[in-house]
Design a binder for this molecule. Structure first.
Ligand code: AMP
Length: 376
């Protein structure tokens, strides 16, 4: 089968490689998949083998014109989709200290893909890009100015590709100009983040220097008093690496309830599991706090949109996040919220002053389109 021009989109983690072949013009995805357990027994030995395994699984590339790479951290200066060259690789490598869990595997993916596909342009698309122009009040931490500047400590925000794509899709769904809408986007997946967007431009977002700030996530803590880290380091004798691993891998819903999948979490809450209930309650408490904060920041809110694995699929979380807020202008329609539809949809009542939507995110398509715009 022949196809229009296509982009291969790669999202490389430390032990997994997600790939998709997307037609940027039509939006059609013609292949996708994931190679997991890289470096484990039973998995491919390294990222190059993983990429070659992915290639073997793709039956149709169409007319492949570029490779798009999701890079988590662009630091202070990298935010436009950028054609990869040696200088860009060196700059992304310098940023690895800011994103030690995320940027090194992305770099590995870029290097391996350039080796395997040397004749195609490779384009880096940064997950921080959309939030590059956060207002100063949202971008700054209230810490010593010199230290912050010297070490590039600011709030960068992540999931930017998703927040931008979903906010644009919300405007399209409502047939309203993006510039006219004040929006809250709740990206609730294994990682989770919220954003307040005024007229298409971000006003605030919940993630900060790293993707650890903000909402409670599958395995990440989200907001904690920085005093907790100092206390654990000084008094509990935990090393910096141990603290980081705990906050990233053994916190969040898993840390409290032993579970990351929300279907399982609900089942355990229903069965009377107190740990699961605490995890769910803390998750919801934080989520509602951010919704309230962003309603106040925006002043007038037109639309709240749920996206990503939990946001798109979990009607219970959506209901509990926004229940009892009629005085703030939010009224869900239970039948719509519980309905079987999977595409972009309205879940608020017709009389709700604030429209509530569910819009599936599509980071691969957004990355493919960013690539297409760079290579012309
Ligand atoms: P993501 O990171 O966007 O892929 O989201 C992954 C998370 O979505 C999983 O950890 C689950 O908790 C959640 N999820 C996926 N499908 C469902 C579903 N049908 N109901 C509730 N949660 C789901």
């Amino acid at each position: 089968m022949s196809a229009d021009r296509t982009v291969l989109v790669l999202n490389c983690g430390s032990s997994s490689l997600k790939y998709a072949v997307v037609e940027p013009d039509s939006g059609r995805q013609i292949a996708d998949g994931v190679v997991e357990r890289i470096g484990d027994a039973g998995g491919p030995p390294d990222h190059e083998a993983a990429l070659r395994a992915a290639f073997d699984q793709i039956a149709d590339y169409g007319d492949l014109v570029a490779v798009g790479h999701r890079v988590v951290h662009g630091g202070p200066d990298l935010y436009q989709p950028t054609v990869v060259d040696d200088a860009l690789i060196a700059r992304v490598r310098e940023l690895s200290a800011l994103a030690p869990l995320h940027n090194p595997p992305a770099l590995l993916g870029i290097e391996v893909a350039r080796k395997v596909l040397p004749d195609l342009p490779h384009v880096a698309v940064f997950d921080t890009a959309f939030f590059h122009d956060l207002p100063a009040a949202a971008a700054h931490y209230a810490i010593d100015r010199d230290v912050a500047e010297r070490w590039h400590v600011r709030r960068y925000g992540f999931h930017g590709t998703s927040h931008q794509y979903v906010s644009e899709q919300a405007a399209e769904f409502l047939e309203a100009p993006l510039e006219s809408l004040n929006q809250i986007v709740l990206h609730l997946g294994n990682g989770a983040s919220a954003s307040a967007i005024a007229g298409g431009r971000p006003l605030d977002t919940s993630m900060g220097l790293t993707p650890m700030e903000g909402l409670v996530m599958g395995t990440r803590s989200g907001d904690v008093d920085p005093g907790v880290l100092v206390y654990l380091w000084r008094e509990a004798g935990m090393s910096v690496d141990e603290i980081e691993t705990m906050l990233n891998k053994r916190s969040g819903v898993r840390g409290l309830g032993g579970e990351t999948d929300f279907r399982e979490l609900h089942a355990r809450v229903d069965a009377g599991d107190a740990d699961a209930k605490l995890a769910y309650d803390v998750y919801l408490h934080r989520l509602r706090k951010y919704v309230g904060a962003y309603l106040a920041l925006l002043g007038r809110t037109d639309v709240i949109t749920f996206t990503a694995g939990v946001g798109e699929n979990d009607a219970i979380v959506r209901r509990d996040a926004l229940s009892g807020l009629l005085t703030l202008g939010i009224e869900l329609d239970d039948d719509r919220n519980d309905g079987p539809e999977r595409g972009p949809r309205r879940i608020s009542s017709d009389s709700s002053p604030i429209t509530v939507l569910v819009i599936p995110t599509d980071e691969e398509l957004a990355i493919a389109r960013a690539c297409a715009s760079v290579i012309g």
